[in-house]
Design a protein around this ligand. Structure first.
Ligand code: DI6
Ligand code: FE
Length: 412
């Protein structure tokens, strides 16, 4: 197979250990062989063998980063909740609305009523926004169906989106997201039903991981553990919506099950951070939800740094707490609200986000990684976190294939 070379670029490789300068290579080159990178480094160091018969692409001084990874989304759902946004602006809180049967439950109703084709159509619109900003891998959670048939319907839509687009999608089963109306006041019975859904969904090839919402408006520690036990029995990795509204010791529990990630974490304490560090569990920070529900308690970033818990950033794209499809905006908000440095933030949507999905073959630019990368109309990676509301993504390569070349430009 012949090689393809991309040159005339500045590379931000994001390789581990080189975060201090984003792994920058000023006059860099990438060599692609099939779906993978064969070589990455300074152009003048490139072994001559690669040039032989290679197709050459001129990056025209673009900055190239690894493809972006959005490691926590709820992209497939029916309807939207702009009405609840209005209610909140007239005085109701997110939790008031949830307790009054709105919130997640209203999206469950709309999702159950929607056909697979309708769900596909709306999720595709949201996916397009992510793709247009250089996302090459994302996670999609279920959790708005809450019955075997409706969860399967949503997960099939996610699989179909992956088939039809140049993108990798990891499916996560979030049956333990909320108690559906037919199980009202019977959350233990619902958890038994959730546990029983995992095996058939896995058998249909629909899930790659299992998640739960452990919180005072979600499920208890003991209920969450039941779900994790079944996931473990079936060799499925787990993750958790943990300590978003209260500290429910979810991070410690998830760590005991070797969780890939714990997400949200506003109320994480030292015990939880230490447990995550021991288990190698990633902290996924979700500044969109923090912003949109006007949370005032910040996740304990300094504690995470002290314990060397890797931090990822994601959109949490969902109709209730983060109706957002811009991972670039999250990069900026992680810096402004949560005080991450731009380099922590960029690692958080590339290398660390891939780690949060258990994927070792992407998220950095180096040999043997997937040939997933983005060309940006910026000269330094800090600009990606600095500017907000604009999109400097020029072009994206996924698995060695050029996905789209856009007319986007930077604002400077
Ligand atoms: N935490 C969240 O932020 C989302 N789900 C969850 O468990 C919110 C989902 C929604 O309000 O629809
Ligand atoms: Fe979420």
């Amino acid at each position: 197979m012949s090689f393809e070379i991309w040159e005339n670029a500045r590379l931000a490789t994001l390789q581990a250990g080189q975060d201090a300068n984003y792994g920058l290579i000023d006059d860099g080159a990438l060599v692609i062989e099939g779906e993978y990178l064969a070589w990455v480094g300074p152009r003048t160091d490139m072994p001559a063998q690669y040039r032989h018969g290679a197709a050459i692409h001129d990056a025209r001084n673009a900055l190239i980063t690894p493809g972006l990874v959005d490691c926590h989304t709820h992209l497939v759902y029916g309807g939207h909740r702009a009405n609840e946004f209005e209610l909140r602006l007239n005085g109701a809180s997110y939790e008031d609305i949830a307790r009054a049967g709105g919130g997640i439950k209203s999206t469950v109703e709309a999702t159950r009523l929607a056909t697979e084709a309708q769900l596909y159509k709306s999720a595709k619109k949201r996916l397009n926004h992510l793709l247009n900003e250089g996302v090459t891998t994302l996670e999609i959670k279920s959790g708005y169906g809450l019955s075997l048939a409706d969860e399967a319907k949503c997960l099939r839509v996610a699989r179909q989106l992956a088939k039809d687009n140049l993108v990798q999608i990891q499916n996560t089963f979030l049956g333990a997201h909320a108690v559906p109306p037919e199980f009202q006041d019977k959350s233990d019975a619902y958890i038994d039903a959730v546990v029983a859904m995992i095996e058939p969904l896995k058998a249909e090839g629909l899930i790659d991981a299992v998640d739960a919402f452990c919180d005072r408006i979600g499920f208890t520690y003991a209920q969450t553990e039941k779900v994790f036990k079944e996931a473990q029995r079936l060799n499925l990795p787990v993750k958790l919506h943990a300590e978003q509204l209260t500290n429910s010791r979810g991070a410690s529990l998830a760590s005991q099950y070797g969780a890939l990630s714990c997400d949200h974490l506003e109320w994480l304490n030292e015990e939880g951070a230490a447990a995550m560090a021991r288990a190698g569990t990633v902290a996924v920070l979700l500044p969109g939800a923090f912003y949109f529900i006007r949370e005032t308690k910040l996740p304990p970033i300094e504690l995470l740094r002290q314990h060397k818990v890797p931090m990822a950033i994601s959109t949490d794209s969902n109709p209730g707490s983060s109706p957002c499809t811009s991972l670039l905006l999250m990069l900026n908000m992680a810096c402004t609200f949560m005080r991450l440095t731009p380099q922590e933030a960029l690692a958080g949507v590339t290398r660390i986000a891939a780690q949060a999905l258990g994927l070792k073959d992407r998220g950095v630019l180096s040999a043997n990684q997937c040939a997933d990368f983005v060309l940006w109309d910026v000269s330094h990676p800090a600009e990606l976190a600095y500017a907000f509301g604009s999109n400097p993504c020029l072009s994206t390569v996924w698995g060695g294939q050029i996905r789209a070349t856009t007319s986007n430009t930077h604002i400077f």
